[in-house]
Design a protein around this ligand. Structure first.
Ligand SMILES: NC(=O)c1ccc[n+]([C@@H]2O[C@H](COP(=O)([O-])OP(=O)(O)OC[C@H]3O[C@@H](n4cnc5c(N)ncnc54)[C@H](O)[C@@H]3O)[C@@H](O)[C@H]2O)c1
Length: 272
């Protein structure tokens, strides 16, 4: 076993969905630890801003536009990381789209009503995306020969049933199956694969899944968390960083819930 290092200056990290939210916070966290970081997203101005923030803080980063639901673009994204910085050590498959909760009396997102195009798009981005990413990242890591760490973003929605969110929940549960299988398939290559399950974090995704007409919704949702607040994206980034670092060198196939205790609480919540 190679010695544990806290110096990540020779390491290269890749983060998808890094234009904002948890992905942006993770890219900043990896760069702060010394990683050279490739940030990817469909939001080009957003990733350019993330690179600016990393560089302003003294870090090193490069951006590439990539739709994670397109295998050709994912292959090109991973090749860009290796071509730019010479190797790939950590990859955070974070990009995803939310499924919007519908209002009382509007059951358009229930399984028997939802549009098939909505279902297919959720699965394309939220499940196919992590699959394509894992596939090409593993190939690159094997070629580099240094092992590696892959972190797939699932959701506490994978540990619950969220009414009106079948496409999202099915994809996020699928991400855990993908993660566990990959962990076993690539353990001998010293590639660790883990999942992080956020609860509610303060990001655009959360705002978009909330009811437009209910200004009290956020407070009610905060109150469902034992800590009476949502997570800051940086709190997710710290957990993801730990899984990318050597400090978690014997952790693989794990689904790490980072939700401030919300999932185990079994409280009645404001979520529909
Ligand atoms: N915020 C939460 O409370 C929460 C809770 C549970 C799980 N999660 C998970 O954490 C991850 C990050 O969530 P967030 O809240 O930061 O999301 P966010 O919506 O703030 O950011 C997601 C990013 O992914 C990008 N993206 C969307 N589709 C893409 C595609 N096809 N290809 C590439 N990039 C794409 C978006 O442009 C955006 O920059 C997601 O996987 C999400 O499902 C978040």
């Amino acid at each position: 076993m190679s010695p544990i290092t806290l110096d990540y200056s020779s390491r290269v990290g890749l983060v998808t969905g890094a234009a904002q939210g948890i992905g942006e916070a993770t890219a900043l966290r990896l760069a702060e630890a010394g990683f050279q970081v490739v940030v990817a997203d469909v939001d080009e101005p957003g990733i350019a801003e993330t690179v600016e923030k990393i560089e302003a803080a003294g870090g090193t980063a490069a951006a590439i536009r990539a739709d994670v639901g397109d295998p050709g673009q994912v292959e090109a994204m991973v090749a860009f990381a290796v071509d730019t910085y010479g190797r790939l050590d950590a990859a955070v498959n974070n990009a995803a789209i939310p499924q919007r909760y519908k209002l009382d009396g509007d059951d358009a997102s229930l399984i028997d009503r939802m549009g098939l195009d909505e279902w297919r798009e959720l699965v394309r981005v939220d499940l196919d995306g992590p699959f394509y990413c894992t596939r090409f990242e593993v190939r690159a890591m094997k070629k580099c020969g240094n092992g590696g760490s892959i972190v797939n973003l699932s959701s506490s929605g994978a540990a619950q049933a969220l009414e009106g969110m079948a496409g999202y929940c099915a994809s996020k549960k699928g991400v855990i199956g993908l993660t566990e299988t990959a962990a076993i398939e690539f353990a001998r290559d010293a590639i660790r694969v883990n999942a992080v399950l956020p609860g509610r974090a303060r990001t655009k995704m959360n705002v978009e899944t909330m009811r437009d007409d209910d200004s009290e919704a956020e407070k009610r949702l905060d109150a469902t968390a034992p800590m009476n607040r949502a997570a800051d994206p940086s709190e997710l980034a710290d957990a993801i960083f730990w899984l990318c670092s050597d400090l978690s060198s014997y952790v693989t196939g794990h689904a790490l819930v980072v939700d401030g205790g919300t999932t185990i609480r079994h409280a009645r919540s404001g979520w529909r």
